[in-house]
Design a protein around this ligand. Structure first.
Ligand SMILES: Nc1nc2c(c(=O)[nH]1)N[C@H]1C(S)=C(S)[C@@H](COP(=O)(O)OP(=O)(O)OC[C@H]3O[C@@H](n4cnc5c(=O)[nH]c(N)nc54)[C@H](O)[C@@H]3O)O[C@H]1N2
Ligand SMILES: Nc1nc2c(c(=O)[nH]1)N[C@H]1C(S)=C(S)[C@@H](COP(=O)(O)OP(=O)(O)OC[C@H]3O[C@@H](n4cnc5c(=O)[nH]c(N)nc54)[C@H](O)[C@@H]3O)O[C@H]1N2
Ligand SMILES: [Mo]
Length: 768
């Protein structure tokens, strides 16, 4: 047994705090501090000339796609100052760093020593610079050649009783080209076990939109923001997680749009914005953004939406045909009558109580929406990571359908995606439940019969490993251990594997909580120059609004040992499938254009891929909703009727949402500050309402342990500092991933199977 297996997996049981200091919640987002932070981060990690080069090419039409979020770039003019934001720059700094992990580093630091570091410290160590192998029983990773690494994986895969005993995870940074080859290899090998980060992210959106509207993607384009009359933002913190969205919101406001924000927290970025790319913003003149802020209770959104619909229906009764878009409803939808019958039976007072928004405030919202027809609804993790997430998102659709707000300019659905190519990976077939058209296209084009039965999603994959049904785990990026729920359970699951393999840019905790043997395969990041046979290559990505764009790295890789993701997949496929492969992997190793040719033949919407992807700004994929049609079985959009569900809290229980601070990208921790929320130099905090603190005799800075007891299992996150915060009563917030140890693996959203990371039932106790 390696000594690392004695370690508890997370940074969840620290010996000491880093030194919390509290300041005021910031009044506006971005401005000069954001620029200062950008420069500090990038120059600090990459040096001046490399850092400047990295920033100069970020999100330019001939540059590379930001590895930060999936927010789109403007189709027309791109800012001369650069189409990036503070947090995009942090993502670049993280990747462009000149620090690297040499074999000496791994020789000096045992796995268990590294596991004792915090996530922040682990990330600071630098880029992985050569393939590394941890032998069974070993205490230190050792260098290994690429050929030997591929041979080991191939041997492990070919030894399994069935291909379904292997799991192939994908995070959302993987390019279209790499993702397409990866799913092709996995299916040729014989399984659909392709869980991805989407399972924990916007899966609920995909399911809800697919069932209601016939396409699992959003319908709006960036330009729609500039024409919208009302923009509703639910469960999303754009100031931190999609900062360039603030520019779009600012422009929308200038054109007369009104903004409604629905969030338990008064997130700074939703309130006011100092555009750092405008002189006014630099001088500190902020644009107010939100017109109506609704501090909904955690998981109160569906009730809130129903209350708004109820009021709109009352207005419609008073002025028939003026509030609802009757002709849109008649032509394009089904289920309206039944929906209205159900709505009529609701009690406004009750709805108001459940969602925590007063009747007058609800009336204000309904009054604003009454005669408006161009409405955009945006949402992210605050809606998707709940038990009733799919129904809540369908409730958004209900509202938009009533108003005829889908398929016209200035209106529509806008699930704001997370990872920069998470949407593209799905388009390329990274999906454990592939549709028949994809499987048929693969069979036709590649002369093998792909497996037809569904594979494991993330939660099923964890359980399969735990239960001994899967024993080889391969990850194309990401940090599975830290991103998934129930950290201790997941750790036990990974440790039962015979082999865990990570294709990674940076060291993370998933390398340190491993199978009997483990491999780390270093890969090029988005900003790295990718040379194949002496020729520079580019890859392509799909942003949140369905635009396919090329991405070409510009920086010299930190080591000549890094391989690109497409090359890694090809070599792994050759090693594993050998003679039995019907796919010409060597072809793809000549030029990525040849991968794109095969994508074009297999995936709809990519005609003339190689030509169109080279056009400045790329091209839009087809989107039926945008074009005013609905690809459901009946060709109509569906009204959905769902019951109001409330989470019953016993005596001293509270609800906890796990959220992102301003200084992190998912499990990558850039720093210890959450500037906008006024929380500095500490991540182990729990944000609580003053009233809940008083009831428990707690004061700011007191140390508590946090418990969850779902399914009779005691889960504890030790030692968190109490921070009083404007958050609804009985609601609390902590940072992901420190509290993933509390998220029960069995508590998942209905239909999408997404872990419920935003409504964890907890109790807090003063730490002894
Ligand atoms: N800088 C940076 N950018 C990122 C990321 C990052 O970590 N850092 N992550 C990327 C990824 S993968 C994703 S998915 C996105 C995530 O982007 P977000 O979804 O904005 O991320 P979260 O921090 O999870 O924030 C959820 C928001 O929902 C609110 N919320 C929580 N529960 C509820 C609820 O029940 N109802 C309502 N109405 N609101 C609720 C929280 O207060 C918070 O403001 O960002 C992407 N971009
Ligand atoms: N409690 C709680 N849990 C959550 C969430 C939450 O809100 N609350 N959010 C969920 C969401 S929305 C998501 S998307 C998941 C994220 O889950 P993941 O995508 O698995 O996690 P990340 O932290 O984004 O992965 C970071 C790692 O990816 C690797 N990496 C970075 N760039 C590249 C690259 O270009 N190529 C390769 N091969 N590797 C790269 C680096 O080694 C880095 O350590 O977490 C989910 N987990
Ligand atoms: Mo995400």
């Amino acid at each position: 047994m390696s000594d690392s297996t004695e370690h508890i997996p997370g940074a969840e049981n620290p010996e000491q705090f880093t030194g919390l200091s509290l300041g005021p919640v910031q009044k506006s987002a971005a401005g000069l501090p954001a620029i200062a932070e950008t420069i500090k981060q990038v120059v600090g990690e990459a040096g001046i000339s490399r850092g400047w080069k990295a920033l100069a090419h970020l999100n330019k039409k001939d540059g590379y796609d930001c590895p930060g979020c999936a927010w789109p770039d403007p189709d027309d003019e791109r800012s001369a100052l650069g189409e990036y934001c503070e947090n995009g720059a942090k993502a670049i700094a993280e990747e462009a760093t000149l620090k690297k992990l040499t074999p000496e580093f791994f020789a000096q630091n045992s796995v268990s020593e590294l596991a004792a570091l915090s996530d922040y410290e682990i990330g600071r160590k630098g880029r992985i610079a050569q393939p590394m192998f941890l032998p069974a029983g070993g205490t230190h990773y050792e260098p290994i050649s690429w050929d030997e690494a591929f041979r080991k994986i191939a041997t492990a895969l070919n030894k399994l009783n069935t291909p379904d005993e292997a799991i192939f995870y994908t995070s959302g940074r993987t390019s279209n080209e790499a993702a397409f080859l990866y799913q092709l290899f996995v299916r040729a090998y014989g399984t659909n076990n392709l869980p991805d980060c989407s399972n924990m992210c916007h899966e609920s959106s995909g399911v809800a939109l697919g069932e209601s509207l016939g396409i699992g993607k959003g319908s709006v384009k960036l330009e729609d923001f500039y024409e919208a009359e009302v923009i509703i933002i639910l469960g999303q913190n754009p100031g931190t997680n999609h900062p360039r969205m603030l520019t779009a919101l600012q422009k929308a406001k200038a054109n007369g749009a009104r903004i409604i924000a629905v969030n338990p927290l008064p997130e700074t970025g939703l309130m006011r914005f100092n555009n750092p790319q405008q002189l006014k913003g630099l001088l500190g003149v902020a644009t107010p953004l939100t017109d109506i802020f609704l501090p909904v209770t955690i998981n109160g959104d569906m009730t809130l939406l129903k209350a708004i619909e109820y009021l709109l229906w009352q207005y419609e009764e008073q002025e028939p045909g003026r509030v609802f878009d009757r002709s849109f409803i008649e032509q394009n939808t089904e289920g309206y009558e039944a929906f209205i019958n159900d709505l009529q039976a609701q009690k406004l007072e009750h709805l108001s109580q459940v969602c925590g928004i007063s009747v007058p405030q609800l009336q204000e919202v309904a009054g604003l929406l009454k005669y408006k027809t161009k409405i955009i609804a945006c949402w992210a993790m605050g809606l998707t990571q709940h038990t009733n997430a799919v129904d809540t998102i369908k409730e958004i659709v209900n509202l938009l359908l009533l108003k005829g707000s889908i398929g016209k300019a200035g209106a529509g659905t806008c699930p704001v995606r997370g990872h920069s190519n998470v949407q593209g990976d799905r388009t390329m077939g990274i999906y454990e439940k592939p549709g028949q058209p994809l499987l048929d296209a693969i069979a036709r084009n590649f002369q093998f019969k792909p497996p037809q039965h569904h594979g494991y999603d993330v939660v099923e994959a964890i359980k399969a490993m735990f239960g001994g049904k899967a024993s080889v785990f391969i990850a194309m990026g990401g940090n599975f251990l830290s991103a998934t729920p129930d950290t201790n359970y997941t750790a036990a699951a990974l440790r039962k594997c015979a082999l865990t393999v990570h294709v990674s840019t940076k060291l993370n905790r998933s390398h340190l909580v491993h199978g009997r043997e483990a491999l780390i395969l270093p890969t090029l990041g988005r900003s790295d120059k990718d040379l194949l046979n002496g020729e520079e290559q580019f890859v392509s990505c799909e942003n949140s609004m369905g635009v396919i764009q090329l991405s070409k790295g510009v920086l010299a890789p930190v080591s000549d040992q890094l391989l690109s993701e497409p090359v890694i997949v090809c070599r792994l496929a050759k090693a594993t499938l050998g003679e039995r492969s019907t796919i010409d992997w060597d072809k793809y190793l000549q030029h990525y254009d040849l991968i794109r040719n095969d994508i074009e033949r297999t995936i709809p919407g990519f005609s003339d891929y190689n030509k169109r992807v080279r056009q400045p700004g790329g091209f839009y994929l087809p989107n039926c909703n945008r074009e005013g049609s609905f690809n459901t079985a009946s060709k109509k959009a569906h009204f959905n009727i769902a019951p109001i569900t409330t989470i019953q809290l016993a005596g001293d229980e509270l609800l906890m949402m796990t959220i992102r601070s301003h200084d992190q990208f998912n499990t990558t921790i850039y720093g210890l500050n959450d500037r906008y929320r006024g929380i500095y130099n500490e991540r182990r905090v729990i944000l609580m309402n003053q009233q809940d603190m008083e009831q428990r005799n707690l004061e700011a800075g007191d140390v508590v342990d946090i418990y969850n007891h779902t399914d009779g299992v005691e889960r504890v996150a030790h030692k968190f500092l109490v921070v009083p915060y404007p958050i609804p009563v009985r609601c609390t917030a902590t940072y992901f991933p420190e509290t993933n140890v509390l998220v029960p693996v069995n508590n998942v959203a209905k239909k999408s199977n997404t872990p419920v990371s935003k409504a964890v039932v907890i109790t807090v106790k003063r730490s002894l």
